[in-house]
Design a binder for this molecule. Structure first.
Ligand SMILES: *Cc1c(COP(=O)(O)O)cnc(C)c1O
Length: 366
């Protein structure tokens, strides 16, 4: 199956092989070497010298960790959400008692730094800003650097969901002054799901010292203290860490600049190919993502029927629309282990399948 969803993403064979290694003692020397090696190399990818902690969870657990380790119930938090995943981040903060102020957005557009600045000026009491680097539901990549700069100017902590961008799209944690940054193994990292990665700045640790939201399993101070001894506070996802170690070998051998350039190429190729089929992109072209492309369902085409046909007869699996975009869009994932041939195969399959579910290009443009 050509699995073209925005995570879990396909894994190279040597990464999958690593998953079948025998278990090791998670309090032993081999594990200490493993976690220290993986952590150090991830810091290179995050472009940071901040602490970086690995948690046994999917990306959402990392987002929850970002919230509960820096905030207190009753804190005002500004959400710059531009879609489903941004709304999820805001929902986590609300679940733990934060007062969330939303900037507001039009689906398919990037967050506007000027609008964020206005909201922050109106809410001087805000403690932190929830930002999404790449909104996977709409296929939009925010100008994170500019948004973070606005947050810095207003003296706010930045909590960043970079789950579907880090490792695929350039992001410089230290240079951009990002406080807490989250990603997860099953997106751009070519590894199976199970490990969330979270970086914490000095400012974030200061916030941690005062933060009163309840936390235990995801207390990042416990993770930081254990890491000093080459351990994790609780049993880690050993097999996924084996896999991530091998995936990082491949990414760093390719070179991160080459990894970013490859994502740029396949992103552009996907957008061009989709437009050549007469289909319309959902995202504002100026902010279209290089890891996921969201496509408007053409008139008269049932998304469910199209996706089913692609799976059953063309061996290609795409993702449907999310939230308010369910039934109205579909999405092509192109992050992690992906090259031009994967995209060409996807585009060829779409070209063959679309007319079979009632699509004619003239109707699309009408
Ligand atoms: C995948 C994803 C997440 C995390 O989802 P999990 O299923 O918990 O890993 C969060 N934010 C974005 C933008 C994502 O793409």
């Amino acid at each position: 199956m050509n699995l073209r969803i925005p995570g879990p993403t396909p894994c190279p064979p040597e990464v999958l092989d690593a998953m079948s290694r025998p278990m090791i003692n998670h309090r032993g020397r081999e594990f200490a070497d493993l976690i220290q090696r993986v952590t150090e190399r991830l810091k290179t990818c995050f472009q940071t010298s901040n602490d970086l902690l690995l948690l046994p969870s999917s990306g959402t657990g990392g987002m929850e960790a970002a919230v509960v380790n820096t905030l207190s119930p009753g804190d005002c938090v500004v959400s710059a959400s531009i879609g489903v995943f941004g709304d999820r981040f805001a929902g986590i903060a609300e679940a733990y008692g934060a007062k969330v102020v939303r900037v507001g957005y039009e689906l398919g557009k990037a967050a506007d730094p000027a609008a964020l600045s206005q909201v922050l000026a109106d809410h001087p009491e805000a403690k932190a800003v929830l930002l999404t680097h790449n909104e996977t539901s709409t296929g939009v990549t925010n100008d994170l650097k500019s948004l973070a700069q606005v947050c810095r100017e207003h003296g706010k902590l930045t909590l960043v969901d970079a789950v579907s961008s880090l490792g695929s799209i350039p992001l410089a944690v230290d240079e951009w002054g990002l406080d807490v940054v989250v990603t997860a193994s099953q997106k751009g990292w070519m590894a199976p799901p199970g490990v969330a990665m979270v970086s914490m700045s000095q400012r974030a640790w200061q916030a941690h010292a005062e933060a009163r939201m309840p936390r235990f399993y995801f207390d990042l101070a416990r993770a930081r203290d254990s890491l000093k001894n080459g351990q994790t506070p609780w049993t880690p996802v050993v097999s996924v860490l084996f896999a991530l170690d091998v995936a990082l070998d491949a990414m760093l051998a390719e070179g991160m600049d080459n990894v970013f350039a490859r994502h740029q190429r396949v992103g552009q190729m996907t957008r061009d190919g989709v437009r050549d089929l007469g289909l319309e992109l959902f995202a504002d072209p100026a902010y279209a993502s290089n890891t996921v492309t969201c496509v408007k369902a053409p008139q008269g085409v049932e998304v469910r029927q199209l996706l089913r046909l692609l799976i059953d007869e063309y061996n290609v699996e795409l993702a449907g629309g999310q939230g308010p975009l369910a039934g109205k869009t579909f999405r092509i994932g192109h992050l992690g282990w992906v090259d031009e041939a994967d995209i060409q195969g996807t585009l060829d399959a779409l070209k063959a399948a679309l007319p079979r579910v009632g699509y004619s290009p003239t109707r699309a443009s009408a």
